[in-house]
Design a protein around this ligand. Structure first.
Ligand SMILES: N[C@@H](CCC[C@H](N)C(=O)O)C(=O)O
Length: 270
C-alpha cells in the first residue's frame, strides 16, 4: 500500500490513503509496526485517510504505541494539504473521530479550524470535579496546569525555563497519573510575551515530539485563561513555529503552520 511520509513542524506521519478501499482497520500491532523507527517506516503517528460521505475525507489516527486516538492537529494540516494538492482546491473538510475540521491554504501555510476547546472537568476528562483553569495538581515541583480538551486531553504547565524541565521522566509519569482516566498529553510552556511562547509537549502514546498541534492550541487556551497571553500567540516548538488564535467571537481555535512532504513509498503487504 502506498504511503506519504509528511511532517508538520517536525511532528511526522505515515499517511495511508485508503479512500479507494473505503476504510483501513489497522490493528494496534500493525500501527505500532509501521511507526517503529528501527524496523518500520518510522513516525510519531500513523494516519489513515478514509472515505467520508460528509467531508472530503475521514482521518484516523494511531499513536506510535499503536493506540488509536481522536485528534491530531499537525496531521490534519498534512492531510488537508494532500487533499488540496489533488484538485488544486484552496479549502477542504476533514471528518475526524473528534468532529469536523475545516482547512484553508494561506500561501505556503495551512490553517485548520480546530473547533471549540472543551473546558469542563468531565470533558477533559479528569477523574474528579476540579477547576480546569488551574488544576489542583502538582508533579516534579510544577503545579496548577491548565487542562483543555482539543479533541484529545491536554494539561499545560507554565514554567520559567522549558529547557530545564526533565520532560522525559516527568512527562510519562504525568501522562499515566490516575487523575487522567484516558491518560493525557503533557505540555510545558514558557511565556516569552503576551504574543509568544516556547512549548514542548510529551505526547500521550508517543513521547516527546518536535511539535504537537493540538498541544499548541491547548497551551494558548490555557495561557489565555490564566491571564498569561492574549488570544493570538506564536508558539515556538522544537521543529518550528505555529500561529494559534482562539477567536473571541465564535470560540473556535485556528492553527496555522507549515507542512512538508518528505517522501513517498510502498508498505510491504501483510
Ligand atoms: N501530534 C498530535 C497529537 C497526536 C495525538 C496525541 N498524542 C494523543 O494521544 O492525543 C497533534 O499534532 O495534535
Amino acid at each position: 500500500m502506498r504511503y506519504l511520509k509528511m511532517n508538520g513542524c517536525g511532528n511526522d506521519f505515515v499517511i495511508l490513503d485508503a479512500r479507494s478501499r473505503g476504510s483501513l482497520p489497522l490493528s494496534t500491532a500493525q500501527a505500532k509496526a509501521i511507526a517503529d523507527r528501527q524496523t518500520g517506516v518510522g513516525c510519531d503517528q500513523v494516519i489513515a485517510v478514509e472515505r467520508s460521505i460528509r467531508a472530503d475525507a475521514f482521518m484516523r489516527i494511531w499513536n506510535s504505541d499503536g493506540g488509536e486516538v481522536e485528534a491530531c492537529g499537525n496531521a490534519a494540516r498534512c492531510v488537508a494539504w494532500m487533499l488540496m494538492e489533488e484538485g488544486g482546491a484552496a479549502s477542504r473538510r476533514i471528518e475526524t473521530p473528534a468532529g469536523m475540521l475545516y482547512a484553508e491554504r494561506n500561501g505556503t501555510l495551512i490553517t485548520v479550524d480546530m473547533g471549540s476547546p472543551l473546558l469542563r472537568w468531565e470533558e477533559i476528562p479528569i477523574a474528579r470535579a476540579m477547576d480546569t483553569q488551574r488544576l489542583d495538581f502538582e508533579a516534579g515541583g510544577f503545579s496548577e496546569p491548565g487542562a483543555v480538551n482539543m479533541g484529545n486531553p491536554h494539561v499545560v504547565f507554565f514554567v520559567n525555563d522549558v529547557r530545564a524541565v526533565p520532560i522525559e521522566s516527568l512527562g510519562s509519569k504525568i501522562e499515566h497519573d490516575p487523575l487522567f482516566p484516558q491518560a493525557v498529553n503533557v505540555g510545558f510552556a514558557e511565556i516569552r510575551s503576551p504574543e509568544q511562547m516556547r512549548l514542548r509537549v510529551w505526547e500521550r502514546g508517543t513521547g516527546l515530539t518536535k511539535a504537537c498541534g493540538t498541544g499548541a492550541c491547548a497551551a494558548v487556551v490555557a495561557a489565555h485563561r490564566q491571564g498569561r497571553t492574549g488570544r493570538k500567540v506564536e508558539v515556538l516548538v522544537d521543529g518550528g513555529s505555529l500561529e494559534i488564535e482562539w477567536r473571541a467571537g465564535d470560540d473556535r481555535v485556528l492553527m496555522t503552520g507549515p507542512v512538508e512532504l518528505e517522501n513517498t513509498g510502498e508498505l510491504p503487504s501483510a
